[in-house]
Design a protein. Structure first.
Length: 476
């Protein structure tokens, strides 16, 4: 009987394309899906692309695999993933591997990894980015799990991952849920990046009165600058698209209510738990959420905007200002995302190498960008930056951008154009560089109403002022 190197169960778009990618790289792939029509369709349409073993049942799939067995699950995240694990785990033997390439919550991955470890089965939560095209042609892959499992699995995953300068966009991220955690934050950064680009579009459209086709040209030019990235590239394509039915720019006939599915929201929820200020990602999630509140927006349309503001009046130099503001805000969003990864790594003892992440995000994934090379360099430098903003390359970029950035935030407020991503990024930058923050006053207020105590700048210890007494200070 043919011995397949890997089995893939779940043959919707992602699973089918990963199976094809594996087969095209010379691996024999056993394939299975709950509904058999998907397995049949894959073999009929793409069977000629490589060596597939079609399996009707989990038992057949397991029997077709060489040892240690590698079973890649590509089904819906949540309960379906648990159900499929429970179907396969009893069929496996110690040392075998289950890989979950879906968008699982990293806490689920930690739970599953611990449970399967008890049964001597390796569980690898692998973040996969790049959508359906990436899955077929080369995704960015972020596998967690044990080092031992990576030894058996890594070469195969590196084979099918995207390559940049010959380097595969796949590396072992760290134990248990590290891979899915990093994929989650990757998606959070993607939310922030997309929001910032959308704000730049809105500012240029309203501020300069440019048409979508003209804006497509602007984004195309920007793609030649340090902003060069997949998201900027596809922005130009979307803006250039004309709706066949109406002849209007497609962007004008698409409903302006964005969806926010699991991972962006999770990133912010977890950031709150970890106490990491990812304000750029949070604003991006909230902006999508606001866009979806149709009723709230309907009744609010009558609210007055700034008087005397003229659309299209932003003037010369505004486009370059917006480009600089976009770049600076993007640096902040990525810095915040990397801070969250460091905090998660510390909290869960993952020992994640941020430089290697920047390396594997350079290709295959949605946030791929030239800029990630600069992040990699920053983290590979002898002195590791506490924040990316303090890495010399990024500090210089912020210095160069900052006047433009401030002008854009002011202009957005003057014209009444919402730019929450740009504004929050600038506020973060200013808060980080502030000599003193008003948090001192907040501590005073907290001590006043709740005797929460405060620390002093000139002495060790905690203190409380007797606010309802003689207002003298006591050591707490
Ligand atoms: P999907 O729509 O998320 O899931 C459909 C697949 O799950 C089908 O094969 C379906 O089998 C199977 N399934 C659902 N419930 C099941 C159950 N209880 N038992 C067995 N099989 C079950 O597929 P997808 O879009 O290809 O995504 C797969 C995974 O990759 C998801 O976790 C997704 O979040 C993640 N992901 C997706 C993308 C993307 O761009 N789409 C990118 C990265 C990661 P049937 O055919 O029998 O219904």
């Amino acid at each position: 009987m043919t011995q397949a190197q890997i089995g893939v169960t779940g043959l919707a778009v992602m699973g089918a394309n990963l199976a094809r990618n594996l087969a095209r790289h010379g691996h024999t792939v056993a394939v299975h899906n709950r509904s058999q029509y998907r397995t049949k369709a894959l073999i009929e349409e793409h069977g000629h692309e490589g060596a597939f073993v079609a399996c009707d049942t989990p038992e057949e799939l397991v029997a077709a695999l060489e040892r240690p067995r590698r079973v890649l699950i590509m089904v819906q995240a949540g309960a379906p993933t648990d159900a499929v694990i429970e179907e396969f785990a009893p069929l496996l033997e110690p040392g075998d591997m289950i890989v979950d390439g879906g968008n699982a919550h990293f806490l689920d991955t930690r739970r599953r990894e611990a449970a399967l470890r008890e049964r001597d089965i390796h569980f690898v939560g692998a973040g996969v980015s790049g959508g359906e095209e990436g899955a077929l042609l080369g995704p960015s892959i972020m596998p967690g799990g044990s080092k031992e499992s990576y030894q058996a699995l890594g070469p195969m995953l590196e084979d099918i991952a995207a390559k940049v300068d010959g380097v595969p966009c796949c590396t072992h991220i760290g134990p248990d849920g590290a891979g899915h955690f990093v994929k989650m934050v990757h998606n959070g950064i993607e939310y922030a990046d997309m929001q910032l680009i959308a704000e730049a579009y809105d500012l240029l459209r309203q501020g300069l009165g440019l048409t979508p086709a003209e804006l497509a040209d602007v984004f195309e030019q920007w793609n030649e600058s340090e902003l060069s990235s997949y998201l900027i590239e596809i922005t130009a394509e979307v803006l250039r698209q004309v709706d066949a039915a109406t002849g209007k720019p497609l962007v004008d006939v698409i409903s302006d209510q964005a969806e926010q599915k699991g991972t962006g929201r999770w990133t912010v929820q977890i950031a709150l738990d970890l106490g990491v200020p990812v304000s750029g990602i949070a604003e991006a999630v909230f902006a999508r959420s606001l866009s979806g509140h149709a009723e709230l927006r309907e009744v609010s349309r009558a609210l007055p905007g700034p008087s005397g503001a003229t659309a299209g009046s932003a003037g010369e130099g505004f486009a370059e200002d917006v480009r600089q503001a976009l770049y600076a805000s993007k640096i902040v969003a990525y810095a915040q995302g990397f801070d969250q990864i460091r905090a998660g790594s510390t909290e869960y003892g993952w020992d994640i190498n941020p430089g290697s992440l920047a390396t594997i995000w350079r290709g295959g994934c949605i946030i791929r960008a030239d800029f990630l090379d600069r992040i990699r360099e920053a983290y590979e430098a002898e002195t590791k930056p506490v924040t990316l903003l303090a890495a010399p390359y990024f500090t210089d970029a912020l210095i160069l951008a900052q006047e433009s950035w401030r002008r854009v935030v002011v202009k957005a407020a003057e014209l009444g154009i919402p730019a929450p991503g740009f504004s929050t990024a600038l506020a973060y930058y200013d808060a980080l560089r502030a000599e003193r923050l008003p948090a001192a006053l907040i501590q005073g207020q907290r001590d006043f109403f709740g005797a929460h105590t405060y620390r002093r700048v000139d002495r060790e210890g905690s203190f409380h002022t007797l606010w309802s007494g003689d207002r003298s200070e006591v050591e707490a």
